[in-house]
Design a protein around this ligand. Structure first.
Ligand SMILES: NC(=O)c1ccc[n+]([C@@H]2O[C@H](COP(=O)([O-])OP(=O)(O)OC[C@H]3O[C@@H](n4cnc5c(N)ncnc54)[C@H](OP(=O)(O)O)[C@@H]3O)[C@@H](O)[C@H]2O)c1
Length: 349
């Protein structure tokens, strides 16, 4: 399809009063193939979105209560960014009404039994979940042009899968397990204030949370299992920062694989990827290299003494970890260049 001939798709953002939804609005606002026709909220409906998000002043759109009929009438496509347990049901409802729908929650990423175990919510209809295309764009773009319903990946899952999938595909992951240490900025927990996100608790502090029970664990294992069954020991930690996911994956390499071979594998895999930035020897990514951009930065190091490879990955949880990747998926679904509305460089400092 020639994008220049494509008319604008009428798009709704359900959950536009949340961090993920507001980021979608910011990105979609200057997408040449999108006309924003509906912004949804739950408790924070308002005649002007700027009352809830002053940085969106001038958009001139209301935050409206969710009514499936209204959304179906006004929109052809929808992004749904609601809490797990609610989001997948709304996404399934809209997809059932013919809207091409991208869900940012974890509700459509896992089969019902696994979902129930890790999320402790009732799963969506398993037949609907099975239809949802997992939207890790770099590894699944072939399935997107025909997708009606997309399960956008989790932020940690995106960082870790992009780091580990080249190794899984090469057969270099040890079955007995991979250890991943990962950190998130506090916006990963959404806008609703909680004690753990309170400035007095988080500032000058750093601590693990959901130890042994983070819900992205099965999502990552499921992604790797396409190539090899592998157990993941994931430790998630909260950073005194607003945006960012940083993951370090520790992989004991099989003999005689060396760093040059690993680097060549990553380079070949990601050579044509606009949003995967593979750093050169000795260069290690930092959060500020990607903040505000849709990029994931990957770095590689081999500790010769232990034979353990370290894969460093950094991304912005609200962009490549959520709204940016969702727009990337939208672009593939509608035949737009994948970088459309996503070419912003990182913010610095
Ligand atoms: N934040 C991230 O970095 C990130 C990354 C990847 C994926 N996600 C996923 O994206 C989704 C949204 O996350 P977020 O960070 O944007 O959360 P958030 O800032 O807390 O926003 C939640 C949104 O859901 C609405 N909402 C809350 N309770 C609701 C209910 N019972 N029924 C209907 N709507 C309800 C809120 O509306 P009101 O404010 O108007 O009440 C708000 O629009 C989650 O599933 C999250 O796991 C988030």
């Amino acid at each position: 399809m020639n994008p220049q001939e494509t008319r604008r798709v009428r798009v709704g953002v359900i959950g536009a009063s949340g961090y993920g939804g507001a980021e979608l609005v910011r990105l979609l606002h200057h997408h040449p193939g999108v006309e924003l026709t509906y912004l949804g909220a739950h408790s924070q409906t308002a005649p002007d979105v700027a009352q809830v998000y002053p940085h969106l002043r001038g958009l001139g759109m209301a935050l409206e209560p969710y009514h499936a009929d209204v959304v179906a009438e006004r929109c052809e496509a929808a992004f749904v960014a609601l809490p797990s347990g609610v989001s997948g049901k709304v996404a399934a409802e809209l997809a059932g009404r013919g809207l091409r729908t991208i869900d940012l929650s974890g509700d459509l990423r896992l089969p019902a039994d696994v979902y129930r175990q890790w999320y402790a919510h009732d799963p969506v209809d398993p037949a609907v979940q099975a239809q949802a295309v997992y939207g890790l764009t770099e590894w699944n773009r072939h399935a997107l042009p025909t997708a009606q319903l997309v399960a956008n990946p989790g932020c940690y899952a995106t960082a870790v899968l992009l780091a580990l999938l080249p190794l899984a595909a090469a057969g270099w992951l040890p079955e007995r397990g991979v250890v991943v240490d990962a950190q998130s900025g506090v916006s990963g927990a959404g806008r609703t204030p909680t004690q753990s996100a309170h400035l007095g608790e988080l500032y000058e502090n750093f601590y693990p949370y959901k130890v042994g029970r983070h819900q992205h664990t099965p999502e990552i294992e499921q992604g790797l299992a396409v190539y090899t069954p592998v157990r993941l020991l994931l430790t998630t930690q909260l950073l005194p920062a607003v945006r960012g996911i940083y993951a370090v994956s520790y992989v004991p390499l099989p003999q005689p694989v060396g760093l040059d071979e690993v680097r060549a594998r990553f380079a070949a895999q990601y050579a044509k990827e606009p949003f995967v930035d593979l750093y050169g020897p000795g260069d290690i990514p930092q959060l500020k290299h990607v903040r505000g951009s849709n990029k994931v930065a990957l770095g590689l190091a081999l500790d010769e003494r232990t034979g353990v490879l370290q894969v460093f990955s950094a991304l912005d949880n609200l962009v490549k970890g959520a709204a940016g990747q969702a727009v990337q998926n939208f672009n593939v679904m509608y035949g737009w260049p994948e970088t459309t509305a996503l070419s912003a460089l990182a913010l610095y400092p």
